[in-house]
Design a protein around this ligand. Structure first.
Ligand SMILES: *[C@@H]1O[C@H](CO)[C@@H](O)[C@H](O)[C@H]1NC(C)=O
Ligand SMILES: *[C@@H]1O[C@H](CO)[C@@H](O)[C@H](O)[C@H]1NC(C)=O
Ligand SMILES: *[C@@H]1O[C@H](CO)[C@@H](O)[C@H](O)[C@H]1NC(C)=O
Ligand SMILES: *[C@@H]1O[C@H](CO)[C@@H](O)[C@H](O)[C@H]1NC(C)=O
Ligand SMILES: *[C@@H]1O[C@H](CO)[C@@H](O)[C@H](O)[C@H]1NC(C)=O
Ligand SMILES: *[C@@H]1O[C@H](CO)[C@@H](O)[C@H](O)[C@H]1NC(C)=O
Ligand SMILES: *[C@@H]1O[C@H](CO)[C@@H](O)[C@H](O)[C@H]1NC(C)=O
Ligand SMILES: *[C@@H]1O[C@H](CO)[C@@H](O)[C@H](O)[C@H]1NC(C)=O
Ligand SMILES: *[C@@H]1O[C@H](CO)[C@@H](O)[C@H](O)[C@H]1NC(C)=O
Ligand SMILES: *[C@@H]1O[C@H](CO)[C@@H](O)[C@H](O)[C@H]1NC(C)=O
Ligand SMILES: *[C@@H]1O[C@H](CO)[C@@H](O)[C@H](O)[C@H]1NC(C)=O
Ligand SMILES: *[C@@H]1O[C@H](CO)[C@@H](O)[C@H](O)[C@H]1NC(C)=O
Length: 418
């Protein structure tokens, strides 16, 4: 393997230096003075749909080994987050922005700039110029002072039709030494591939490490919120299962932990406003808040925000995430929302909730009872199948009956002619 080292000083940021090692994976290093703060080795493939003069086309290309550290790269400080910018080809660049707390660091933002004026990668493009797409959903998360490792390929969608696939990724930010830490935070895709038992070891019946048993269906909780004068104003009957992807303390790896919410140890509280209602479910180790919003124009309400704060025994740090721009569980005001089928509420890339036998009403509850229910689409579709089968059977009976009557009439007619 040949290793070519090529360093250059970046124009404006005279303190920043960029180095490129041409090897299997491309290496990038962001430095501030003589100290390295971000180092990354990776392969990146891009797939981008774009419009041509006679239709749409897909550009598929890999980051070339000549890619270099862009001069917008920064070690951060004074409110500026650390950022690694990788520039390549004719005016393309991809950047990773980091954030951290005392124990963890993560990639909070991935941004890609591609240049449609580059005829090699975007032949016959109907547009020219630079396009920028950004996402803040990335699962790149590692413990401080460890190297994030993900050799498996992982695809990230930056926008409709624009994907980047990373592979052979080893990266560390907030570095305290010039070399990647030997301690690693391994992505979940790599973990499953390491448990694969080689098939060509004869004579061994090595049992692969058992995956954790999927938890049972959660118990159905009966939660309610009362307003100032003691009237019940929000009702919820549901089984909840939380799915949090976090760094495991025992395994030192990223894991998806699935935990049922135990209704008998959960306390419900909240508030009922005219257009906004909240339900807070509190447990020893978990706080969960649901916010429902009513739209007075459409006369509908929906689940608009979910926030979680959890500190489970195997977590290295408190997990606090939320999403305030959700549009889930939509239902007419004055009705209750019902979904018997299991549903998954995707809140953030590392946090989702599975709901079981759900019925809830955040507005216009009268006499401590649910109003008429509006069923979710999956339930309605499940209901539809027996109806269709029933209708088909009824149709068949009618056809047989008609055939029988016609047949009888014919035989009668036959007798009369004799
Ligand atoms: C960087 O290292 C060189 C020698 O390796 C030294 O002369 C220089 O002063 C150092 N610069 C800083 C900012 O530490
Ligand atoms: C990336 O592209 C290169 C060349 O086009 C290909 O050899 C490689 O398999 C691709 N890698 C992934 C992870 O798709
Ligand atoms: C291609 O053109 C169509 C119609 O003008 C437009 O809707 C679409 O967004 C364009 N796609 C891209 C990738 O630019
Ligand atoms: C556009 O037309 C040219 C010439 O007719 C053809 O070679 C090319 O494949 C077409 N591109 C697309 C995306 O259809
Ligand atoms: C990381 O390493 C530095 C230097 O060794 C140390 O000061 C810091 O406390 C470490 N951080 C964590 C979270 O272990
Ligand atoms: C991007 O990825 C998504 C899901 O991973 C896939 O459905 C889509 O086809 C991909 N788009 C392109 C242009 O490769
Ligand atoms: C309780 O207060 C709500 C408004 O906060 C009001 O609509 C309702 O009529 C009150 N109920 C009783 C029994 O006073
Ligand atoms: C939990 O989330 C992970 C990552 O999104 C997913 O792969 C897994 O299937 C989920 N498990 C359950 C039981 O929902
Ligand atoms: C809560 O219910 C579960 C199962 O229904 C039971 O195992 C547990 O002991 C109960 N806990 C309390 C505090 O009642
Ligand atoms: C209510 O719904 C309409 C139609 O979907 C939308 O345009 C409007 O912004 C919504 N209003 C609020 C306050 O969300
Ligand atoms: C839940 O909220 C309470 C009250 O705000 C707080 O004391 C507790 O630490 C929180 N628990 C978690 C796991 O965040
Ligand atoms: C819901 O309650 C509000 C007052 O709290 C009332 O104005 C509205 O008409 C009610 N809507 C329905 C559909 O019952």
């Amino acid at each position: 393997m040949t290793l070519v080292k090529q360093c250059f000083s970046a124009g404006v940021w005279t303190l920043l230096m960029g180095c490129v090692f041409v090897a299997h994976a491309v290496t990038f290093e962001v430095t501030d003075g003589n100290s390295t703060c971000i180092k990354a080795e990776l392969n990146a493939n891009f797939s981008i749909s774009y419009n041509t003069t006679n239709g749409t086309s897909e550009a598929v290309f890999a980051m070339p080994s000549s890619a270099s550290v862009g001069n917008r790269s920064s070690c951060g400080g004074a409110g500026v987050p650390p950022e690694l910018v990788m520039s390549f080809g004719a005016g393309h660049m991809i950047s990773l922005m980091f954030s951290s707390n005392e124990r963890l660091y993560r990639v909070t933002n991935i941004s890609l700039q591609y240049n449609l004026s580059d005829p090699d990668n975007f032949p016959q493009s109907s547009r020219t110029g630079v396009v920028t797409v950004t996402t803040n959903s990335s699962e790149i998360l590692a413990q401080m002072n460890t190297t994030y490792r993900c050799l498996s390929s992982s695809s990230i969608s930056l926008s409709a039709g624009v994907n980047v696939t990373f592979s052979d990724l080893r990266m560390e930010a907030y570095m305290t030494t010039a070399n990647l830490s030997s301690d690693e935070s391994v992505c979940s895709a790599d973990q499953t591939s390491t448990t694969v038992v080689p098939t060509h070891t004869p004579g061994t019946t090595a049992a692969p490490t058992k995956p954790p048993a999927p938890p049972s269906t959660p118990d159905r909780g009966n939660y309610s919120v009362t307003n100032g004068n003691g009237t019940v104003c929000l009702l919820a009957l549901m089984g909840l299962q939380l799915n949090i992807t976090h760094l495991s303390k025992s395994l030192n790896k990223s894991v998806s932990e699935v935990v049922n919410l135990q209704p008998n140890s959960t306390r419900a509280s909240g508030s009922c406003g005219v257009t906004v209602a909240t339900l807070m479910l509190t447990q020893d180790l978990t706080n969960l808040t649901f916010t429902f919003t009513q739209n007075s124009t459409t006369k509908k309400f929906h689940l608009s925000a979910v926030n979680v704060s959890a500190f489970w025994s195997d977590m290295t740090d408190r997990f606090e995430e939320g999403n305030v721009s959700l549009d889930l569980l939509q239902c007419s005001v004055g009705r209750s929302y019902m979904c018997s089928t299991e549903q998954t509420l995707a809140v953030t890339p590392s946090f989702s909730i599975n709901t079981f036998s759900l019925q809830l009403q955040p507005f216009n509850v009268t006499e401590n009872r649910f109003s008429a229910a509006e069923e979710c689409r999956v339930d309605r579709e499940n209901m539809l199948i027996p109806i269709i089968v029933g209708a088909a059977l009824a149709g068949l009976v009618v056809i047989v009956l008609i055939a029988y009557l016609i047949g009888r009439k014919r035989t009668h007619a036959g007798y009369q002619t004799i």
